[in-house]
Design a protein around this ligand. Structure first.
Ligand SMILES: Nc1nc2c(ncn2[C@@H]2O[C@H](COP(=O)(O)OP(=O)(O)OP(=O)(O)O)[C@@H](O)[C@H]2O)c(=O)[nH]1
Ligand SMILES: [Mg+2]
Length: 454
């Protein structure tokens, strides 16, 4: 596979639509397209300026027009990939679009692999690795908050934060190895204590940044959340309140919900993939028991557990059993009724306790706040840059660990050279994250998760 051979792919979803777009990119792409595209005005794409369009036909193997399309010409380096490119806006049917692509492939283009256009944009210096990765976040954004974050990332916030970390790590490296490496420069060595402190602080910042991954996930992809509790405490009422519709049946009969009812909702800007479950109780009847088993399985798999208790009743064994799953958020429901519950055992287990009336929605704002806190989404208000992918998290963790290891070596009195090895590794982990020093395997791995045509 050549670095800049001509690739082509359909960039829009398969389905009937007004238009679909086929992208073509690579060295000689314009002349190649001229082989199958006949402009109405007789002009050749290869003679057109960048950012100009032409109406014309794509001609099939048999010499007949397949479709009438608009071709937009992009000239290197002013295109998404940085190469000469053409985008054909075809009529948006699956069959007709496939025939247009086929004509382009017959004329010499190669079917692009997933993410290959973005990969070229990265390799040609049009996008940093984090910017390229954030293109996917923009595409996948499911909420206003997710889109805002993705756009910030695409604007290079993480890159700026990483280059600041890299600059500081390099500065420490220069100072601790001052005497060994730069005797003539007259650079002063940091005292060991100062170097250790700086390294630890920097390590913490890398790990902090790596830690933003969970919160980012909460805002972009959603968190597997289970609403659990004893029968009749108001789980389904809460589910309906959060989803703003009658997702689950509510009744005063204990054991109403038996299947797992699911709904994806936004709570405080966080996307929750909610599962309302059968109420837990001892010795349920046969069908209900199946439901309880399902609840227990969901409880052990969920990332976030919202435990619901009936505040108007004393705590029972089924309530205590739920606490064994360490729910992060406890809802003391039915706050409109006289309260009889002892919250102390709940307080011992749960980070957040919220008094609520699911029937009226009172306390919902407190729940939203708790959700933002517990998922780490709250930290995003003014965080500069965040970690959006597992690759970024892995690099930042390695950088953080390398810097901490260097601090330990210095602290134990080892030679500065030994600490320098760890600092260099930390710097190269940061470079891998930003893409300035990354192996082709890693690049292929990242871009292969993108869709074809992206
Ligand atoms: N007073 C009062 N009643 C509530 C409140 N929330 C729910 N209820 C009532 O409690 C009863 C049970 O509500 P559900 O939402 O069905 O409870 P559940 O936990 O899903 O019950 P199961 O599915 O049987 O486990 C219904 O009669 C609701 O109207 C509340 O905040 N205050
Ligand atoms: Mg229910």
């Amino acid at each position: 596979m050549l670095k800049n051979d001509i690739i082509a792919a359909i960039a829009t979803p398969r389905g009937n639509a007004a238009i679909s777009v086929i992208r073509v990119s690579g060295e000689g792409a314009l002349a190649m397209c001229d082989g199958v595209f006949a402009a109405k005005n007789g002009k050749k794409l290869a003679e057109m300026k960048g950012y100009t369009c032409a109406l014309g036909d794509i001609i099939g193997k048999d010499g007949e027009a397949v479709d009438t399309v608009i071709a937009t010409v992009f000239r290197a380096p002013h295109s998404f990939t940085g190469e000469d490119s053409v985008e054909f806006a075809c009529h948006g049917g699956i069959f007709v679009t496939d025939r247009c692509l086929e004509a382009l492939l017959n004329a010499g283009a190669r079917q692009a692999q997933g993410g290959e256009f973005s990969k070229r944009a990265f390799l040609n210096g049009k996008l940093s690795l984090t910017e390229a990765e954030s293109v996917m976040s923009v595409v996948c954004a499911q909420s206003a908050e997710a889109l805002r974050l993705a756009n910030r990332q695409a604007g290079g916030e993480l890159d700026r934060r990483m280059s600041a970390l890299r600059r500081k790590a390099t500065e420490i490296l220069i100072h601790i190895s001052a005497e060994a490496d730069f005797p003539e420069e007259g650079i002063e060595q940091f005292p060991i204590k100062e170097a250790c402190d700086k390294l630890l602080e920097l390590s913490e910042r890398c790990l902090e940044l790596a830690g933003t991954y969970e919160g980012a996930l909460a805002l972009t992809e959603g968190i597997d959340t289970v609403i659990a509790g004893k029968t009749n405490v108001g789980k389904s009422t809460l589910m309906n309140l959060l989803s703003g519709s009658e997702r689950s049946i509510v009744s005063s009969v204990a054991g109403t919900t038996r299947d797992v009812v699911e709904s994806t909702v936004s709570c405080g800007g966080v996307i929750l993939k909610l599962a309302d479950t059968a109420g837990l109780r001892e010795a349920p009847a046969a069908i209900e028991r199946k439901g309880v088993e399902l609840s227990q399985r969901r409880l052990s798999e969920a990332s976030l557990i919202i435990a619901v208790f009936d505040g108007s009743k004393p705590l029972e064994q089924s309530d205590r059993d739920l606490l064994k799953y360490s729910p992060q958020i406890a809802i003391i429901n039915k706050s409109d009724k006289p309260q009889k519950i002892d919250v102390d055992p709940i307080d011992d287990e749960c980070a957040f306790i919220i008094n609520m009336c699911a029937k009226t929605g009172e306390g919902l704002d407190k729940l939203a706040e708790a959700v933002r806190e517990v998922t780490g989404a709250a930290d995003f208000a003014d965080a500069g840059g965040w970690c959006a992918t597992l690759h970024q998290r892995d690099c930042l963790r390695r950088a953080g660990e390398g810097l901490a290891a260097a601090a330990t070596s210095l602290h134990r009195g080892f030679e500065a050279d030994i600490a320098a090895v760890d600092i260099r590794e930390a710097i190269s982990a940061l470079d891998e994250c930003s893409g300035s020093d990354v192996t082709s395997d890693v690049i292929d791995g990242i871009f292969s998760t993108f869709c074809v045509g992206k």
